[in-house]
Design a protein. Structure first.
Length: 334
């Protein structure tokens, strides 16, 4: 199999370091260069100065001028993602862009419209899409074993220092934008577009952004709840998703947890079926083996770039997720 020649633009995203490290170790990739942008000024630990030193450091123009470039990974600080992804789309290059994109809906939509017009693969970094428990839950739904989804309750919290919480002020919605985007994606994936969205985003202290976020997504069958905070001690290990259907329920607990001493993740899934009317009936438990959240995502992207599969997430789907997310961040409801 021919190696795909790729570059990474940006080091400012929280996932930039891990993305670059995966690209550097894949045997199906030629990692042709890493672009450190002037905008990427606030990068913890200066990892890019001491790690992956064998990867060429290039200017943006040098990187985009590489002959036979197959794909670009955009890992800038969140506020610049759409700007630089658009530059790549304009050059006719397939793009893997980290989540969630732009706070400007028109800018985001224009970028996707251009990618669609050029028939370019465009892939977003919503990693829960490749979580094995989420994939299995989707299979249950598609097979009709859950019935119509009535509501979802999803939590994705953590504990951040004050500097990170001040950084959240750069983004409307704060934590709802930063991490809640993953949970909004799950709600749209399983339920489609909500009728209404109610946003409750708050700052827990002065001089910090909205470090506590809750959104209610109203559907005909019920109200789904998304919660994410940066002030929950032990929150990472309490990330959970409950999906309630008319025929059964699925509970992910934790949705994702790191495997100590590795760069892998693991997850547990509990399934309750419609014939289990006993309040105390034990659900079926599946403990999934460790997996790599980044490589699973990149595997799909590279298959799309090679033309082996179609992107399961259409341009219009990405627009919808982004639109719902912006409403959950406090934008105008529809």
């Amino acid at each position: 199999m021919k190696k795909l020649k790729v570059i990474q633009i940006g080091i400012g995203h929280d996932h930039a370091r891990d993305a670059a490290k995966r690209l550097a170790t894949r045997n199906d990739v030629e990692f042709a260069g890493l672009v450190v942008l002037p905008e990427d000024t606030d990068v913890p630990k200066k990892w890019y100065e001491t790690e992956l030193t064998e990867i060429p450091r290039l200017t943006l123009e040098e990187a985009l001028a590489i002959p036979d470039l197959d794909a670009v990974f955009v890992e800038t600080a969140d506020k610049f993602l759409t700007k630089y992804a658009t530059r790549c789309v304009e050059r006719g290059l397939p793009v893997q862009m980290d989540k969630p994109g732009s706070q400007n809906e028109e800018e985001f939509d224009r970028m996707l419209d251009l990618a669609k017009e050029k028939r370019l693969p465009f892939h977003l970094g919503y990693m829960y899409r490749y979580n094995p428990a989420v994939l299995y839950s989707r299979k249950l739904k598609e097979e009709g074993k859950l019935g119509k989804i009535r509501y979802i309750e999803a939590n994705m919290s953590c504990i951040h220092n004050e500097d990170k919480r001040r950084w959240l002020a750069d983004y409307r919605g704060g934590m709802l934008y930063f991490l809640g985007c993953h949970l909004v994606d799950l709600c749209v994936m399983f339920q489609g577009e909500p009728k209404k969205v109610y946003a409750f985003n708050r700052s827990t202290a002065e001089n910090v952004g909205e470090d506590m976020g809750t959104a209610l997504l109203e559907y005909d069958t019920g109200v789904s709840v998304v919660r994410t905070t940066a002030v929950e001690h032990g929150g990472y290990l309490r990330r959970r998703v409950l999906i309630v259907g008319e025929k059964g329920s699925v509970y992910l607990d934790p949705t994702e947890a790191s495997v100590p001493g590795t760069s892998l993740q693991t997850t547990n899934m509990f399934v309750s079926h419609e014939n289990e009317l006993d309040w105390f009936a034990e659900p079926e438990k599946t403990a999934f083996p460790p997996y790599d959240r980044y490589n699973a995502m990149f595997d799909e992207f590279f298959s799309i770039v090679r033309g082996e599969i179609e992107n399961p997430y259409s341009y219009e789907y990405e627009k919808l997720v982004h639109r719902v997310l912006m409403r959950a961040c406090g934008g105008n409801d529809q």
